[in-house]
Design a protein around this ligand. Structure first.
Ligand SMILES: Cc1ncc(C[n+]2csc(CCOP(=O)(O)OP(=O)(O)O)c2C)c(N)n1
Length: 575
């Protein structure tokens, strides 16, 4: 059959272990759609809005840690994948993006749905391939097979990420009536012998030596998927070396009781002399971005003498403008290989302990201030998020939309020991455009309860996340509806200009109630402090459908409460 090499793309993907495909409707992509949907090894889903589809694919890839196929037709459909492709690129999430295309000679010829698709995702894919449009010569078939193998290998190699395959297709695009779609046997697979980032022993000895020379070492963890083994080796290392570990909510280190989780609060408020006493000589970091602006500012201002970033692969990241060493090895191996032996008490050790105590004291002070602040009923988004997070079941996924939702969650923190709460957020590009769709992608391929906390703008922006036929009984969405982007009311800058409300906050009037009615989702409204406790109780009951709980509140009140919260933490310093 003429299209056999295109059908065999599905077979090659399946043989290389890919099982998930998101297919967007269209005719030019019909050969790909038919190939994946007729293949027994694929779980295929169809999503009509390509922007949402690509974020859903990213969510699935992130949840399963395995490449996901994404297919669309030619033209602007492909461009709609772009926001999620960028997010997947920075989050290192493996996607195999197939964009169907017109044959080359039809580009720029006023033909419909025809744009310049080669390299359309620019620098936000690991590589972009273009397949041949004719398959008569055996070398063309060899090239297609070779390309698919390479694309899958590349998507999985560290740093993982999206790979683009543009597929020009000639008509006819559909098999004739009596033709059946079959897949070739014995297709050639090309594998990569696993190469993992391992540091030679001599390098560890050298690092160990340098580490011993510092009495003020600080570890800061960026965004990282939950990893029980990493949490354990890190805990062991930190306690043996008396090293404070700062981990915000996206570091997924909340299981470790000693992790400093409120640095965003206290670094914003403590005096200069305290800040100086918290300054590290050696900073060790791993993971991706951190949420806390104040932690970033603190480390950029009070620079360490040395900064080591443990990053197995990818572009070296110098987040705090102090990087002196990129360490190419697995994070777990790094902390495991450096000494976790408890040292004898001595002067040097005393200095380390003092440094740890200062960090612990600031954290402790913040925890105490927070507990008094939250002891009275308060009607604010932050108070609701705090109450909600402390009521979460022991095993669930918590998805946090960009803007204040992720920040509130970071201020609230997750209790130590609740290691079954796995936290996700689109901090690759920090867009508000696909937060719900990404949570939907995760939900489609796990059985645990999934909760999304989102602002109203992010929620309505991505309302097509629900525009498909796949039930999501284990997804509950908490919408913090303050009728616009409260972040622009809170942060300095836009908060002070006359154009604030019209061009930054962009007030909007929608409520999630109508969306809930449209999709037949149970809906709960929280519009007073009295309703918070019972609202959360109902919200945590799963009844076979996506549930929405909406908090309707006023930006000015929220802003006032947020200020009060900060003042309360500050008052812990007696100023
Ligand atoms: C795709 C995209 N467009 C614009 C922005 C800039 N932006 C950041 S936060 C925000 C407002 C978000 O409002 P909402 O979701 O209601 O959250 P809130 O600020 O109220 O917490 C905007 C427009 C962005 N991050 N992503």
């Amino acid at each position: 059959m003429r299209l056999q090499p295109i059908f065999d793309i599905a077979e090659l993907c399946a043989r290389k272990g890919v099982t998930q495909a998101i297919l967007c409707p269209g005719s030019r992509c019909a050969p790909l759609t038919l190939a994946f949907s007729n293949h027994d090894n694929f779980e295929v889903r169809t999503i009509s809005d390509e922007r949402s589809a690509a974020f859903i694919a990213h969510g699935i890839a992130q949840q399963l840690q395995s490449p996901v196929v994404l297919v669309c037709t030619s033209g602007s459909a492909a461009y709609n994948f772009a926001p999620a492709v960028a997010e997947a690129f920075f989050q290192e999430s493996p996607l195999l993006i197939f964009t169907a295309d017109r044959p080359k000679e039809w580009i720029d010829q006023y033909d419909g749905q025809t744009i310049r698709q080669e390299n359309i995702f620019g620098v936000h894919v690991k590589k972009s391939f273009s397949l041949p449009e004719d398959y008569d010569h055996p070398d063309s078939v060899w090239y297609i097979h070779r390309t698919i193998n390479e694309a899958i290998n590349l998507a999985k190699e560290l740093p993982r990420g999206p790979v683009h395959i543009n597929v020009p297709l000639r008509e006819p695009l559909y098999p004739a009536k009596n033709e059946k779609i079959t897949f070739s046997k014995n297709l050639k697979l090309i594998s990569v012998a696993k190469s993992s980032a391992v540091l030679p022993k001599e390098d560890f000895i050298e690092l160990q030596k340098r580490l011993t020379g510092f009495s003020k070492t600080l570890i800061v963890a960026g965004q990282h998927d939950f990893d029980d083994a990493l949490a354990r080796v890190l805990d062991k290392f930190a306690s043996a070396n008396q090293t404070p570990v700062v981990g915000d909510v996206l570091s997924n280190l909340h299981a470790n009781p000693s992790v400093i989780r409120y640095s965003d609060s206290f670094l914003a408020l403590c005096e200069d002399d305290v800040l100086r006493s918290l300054q590290p000589e050696l900073l060790i970091t791993f993971g991706k971005s951190i949420i806390s602006k104040h932690t970033k500012l603190f480390l950029r201002k009070l620079k360490p003498l040395e900064h080591w970033h443990v990053q197995p692969a990818g572009t070296p990241a110098d987040t705090f403008q102090s990087l002196t060493k990129t360490i190419r090895c697995e994070v777990k191996d790094f902390f495991k290989s450096l000494s976790s032996e408890k040292k004898e008490k001595g002067f040097e050790n005393q200095k380390k302990e003092n440094f740890l105590r200062i960090w612990q004291a600031e954290e402790h002070r913040t925890v105490l201030s927070m507990s008094t602040y939250f002891s009275a009923p308060i009607f604010s988004e932050l108070a609701l998020v705090k109450e909600f997070i402390s009521s979460l079941p022991p095993r669930c996924n918590l998805h946090l939309a960009n803007s204040m939702a992720v920040r509130y969650a970071n201020f609230a923190g997750i209790e130590a020991g609740k290691k079954g709460i796995h936290v996700y957020a689109n901090r690759g590009t920090s867009g508000i455009d696909g937060c719900t769709s990404t949570a939907v992608g995760h939900t489609l391929c796990n059985e645990v309860p999934n909760f999304l906390i989102t602002g109203d703008m992010a929620f309505f922006y991505d309302r097509n996340a629900f525009w498909h036929n796949y039930p999501l009984p284990n997804l509950h969405v908490l919408v913090l509806n303050n009728q616009g982007g409260i972040i622009f009311n809170i942060i300095d800058g836009p908060g002070n200009v006359a154009e604030r409300d019209e061009f930054f906050v962009t007030k909007q009037k929608l409520t999630a109630k109508h969306l809930a009615i449209e999709y037949d989702f149970p809906y709960l409204l929280v519009d007073s402090a009295k309703k918070i406790k019972n609202g959360i109780k109902d919200f945590l009951i799963f009844g076979g459908k996506t549930k929405i709980m909406e908090m309707l509140s006023n930006q000015e009140e929220n802003k006032k409460e947020f200020e009060k919260f900060k003042q309360h933490i500050k008052s812990g310093y007696g100023t």
